[in-house]
Design a protein around this ligand. Sequence first.
Ligand SMILES: [Zn+2]
Length: 219
Amino acid sequence: MSQWVFPLPKVKVLEETPNSVTLQLEGVDRSYANAVRRFCISEVPSMAIDDVVILENSSVLYDEILAHRLGMVPIRTDLERYVLPEKCDCGSPLGCHKCRVLFVLDAKGKDKVSTVYSGDLVSEDREIRPVSETIPVVKLATGQSVKLEAYARLGRGKEHAKWQPCTVAVLTDGKGEGTYNLMVESAGGLPARQIVLQAIRLLEEKLKEIQVSVAGGAE
Ligand SMILES: [Zn+2]
């Protein structure tokens, strides 16, 4: 059995802000660097509301539109404590405390038209909450109300855009040969640097899987 060794890129931080990072990848070819970029967009999991149980909705928005709007609210993500539902050992379609987070929304229209914001969602996990509290969800007139339970879970951008952890991922040529700069802007759920490091880790795992299956097939 021949041994393949994949070169791990040398990674250097060129620029970092709270929401974005520019990294220099060195010692790799363009296809590898581009695969890292694509993994940032479609493979690194992030948290989003997926399932909404509407208990009461007398607002002007249809239930489906309300659920869709909640799905697009960026949610803080913790990849240490949560796993993808398909990888969770609970095996339950309802999920458990390791693979889903419950949010409750209970809002009533006051004496004039009021706006329900993302910050009105109450999470059962204090750390897993909307990135911003000021995203408008629905407007309520006097007497109107919305009462619902929403379940967030980890998912990947390749399933649906709401699970993309970054808003921008751009690859440009660096200064030296085999040097590329990758700029990633986070949607807010995960630090930008963590998105890239996760992407590299997941890509390495996938390359190892391919290596094993190729080696296995050759025997
Ligand atoms: Zn579970």
